[in-house]
Write a protein that binds this ligand. Structure first.
Ligand SMILES: C[S@@+](CC[C@H](N)C(=O)[O-])C[C@H]1O[C@@H](n2cnc3c(N)ncnc32)[C@H](O)[C@@H]1O
Length: 331
């Protein structure tokens, strides 16, 4: 399990780059980039070094936290996973590569792909001097062209990237990503209904191509959720002083909502269920919304069942529920 916070080496590289930059300028750029994303635009608004830094300060801690949470969930289901090679597509400032390097001591080759010159330059600055990431390869260009030329990797990640493509490009990219996946493909998206729709479409497409879901779903069947409901999770992370200044935020933490799918070549032993919302803990019972292989279930654990109640109290939104401790009653 890795922490949802930027590794110390990355945080100090980011802090060093921010030294001397007027916060008001970074805040103005961050606000513009956020507005572009909210209006459905992509990373094209990130053109200068200040833009890239503004993105890294405003978004990298949160996207790192979401990727870390997704990798933690994957590793819980696949404790044997020890990838040696990583392909990070739409790598931006290198967020997923840092999270993967923290997670897997086995990684020895990291290849990053992105078309954005400013984000690539910043990523290369961040890894300068890093023992773990200093030797990575970062290719600049259109993802589909570069993936086609890349070697297959044990682990392929596309985080917060596929939303920047149209449907046709996304479908083509999904197939390319899968073709280059030796073991596991992880796709992470914002936890919005649109992010979920993109994930679920790729999930369905790649299952049809032979993929198996390792996480979050405990099955390869159709998603049992229907609109207006959607599958997403939340990861809490602390806010730095600089982040609060740039975002004009008061709270010392933020909750990043995200959605993800980890697809594997070989079937995995899956948990009994995944917790789909923060359980409601009452005096009489704990109720938890679960996704199981048989569909959605509302698990109710009465207080009188002391051992089961104590166990269910530990469930958090996004957790896997083990087969050895299924809920005492499901409806
Ligand atoms: C929102 S950023 C996410 C960066 C990083 N993966 C993260 O999780 O923080 C999306 C990245 O995808 C890249 N990207 C989007 N479409 C691309 C394409 N067709 N080819 C190459 N890179 C692309 C953008 O340049 C940008 O760096």
């Amino acid at each position: 399990m890795i922490q949802p916070t930027l590794p110390a080496e990355l945080k100090s590289a980011l802090d060093a780059k921010l030294q001397g930059l007027p916060r008001s300028e970074v805040a103005a750029r961050a606000a513009l980039i956020s507005k572009t994303y909210r209006d459905g635009g992509g990373s094209g608004a990130i053109r200068s070094e200040t833009d890239a830094l503004a993105y890294a300060l405003a978004r990298m801690p949160a996207t790192y936290a979401a990727i870390a949470a997704s990798l933690n969930a994957l590793c819980e289901v696949r404790p044997d996973l020890a990838p040696e090679t990583l392909l990070d597509v739409g790598a931006g400032p290198g967020t997923a590569s840092w999270a993967a390097a923290q997670t897997f001591a086995s990684l020895r080759s990291l290849v990053l792909i992105d078309d954005n010159a400013a984000l690539r330059a910043l990523a290369l600055d961040f890894v300068k001097g890093s023992a773990r990431l200093g030797e990575l390869t970062y290719d600049k260009g259109e993802a589909s062209d570069l993936i086609a030329k890349s070697d297959a990797a044990d682990l392929v990640i596309a985080s917060y990237m596929i939303g920047e493509l149209g449907e046709t490009g996304r479908n083509a990219l999904a197939e390319l990503l899968w073709n280059k996946t030796r073991d596991t493909l992880l796709i992470v998206e914002p936890g919005t209904p649109a992010g979920y729709a993109r994930i679920i479409a790729i999930r369905q497409r790649l299952i049809a191509a032979g993929a198996h879901v390792a996480a979050p779903c405990p099955h390869d069947g159709s998603c049992p959720l229907s609109a207006p409901d959607w599958c997403h999770f939340a990861q809490r992370l602390p806010r730095s002083r600089a982040h609060k200044q740039v975002k004009g935020a008061e709270l010392p933490f933020e909750d990043e909502k995200f959605t993800y799918v980890a697809l594997t070549r070989m079937p995995t032993t899956r948990p009994y269920a995944r917790v789909l919302a923060q359980p409601a803990v009452g005096k009489a019972e704990i109720s938890a919304k679960l996704c199981t292989a048989d569909g959605l279930a509302m698990a109710r654990t009465p207080h009188r069942d002391k051992a089961a109640y104590a166990h269910a109290r530990r469930w958090r939104w996004g957790d896997a529920v083990d087969h050895s401790r299924p809920p005492s009653s499901c409806a």
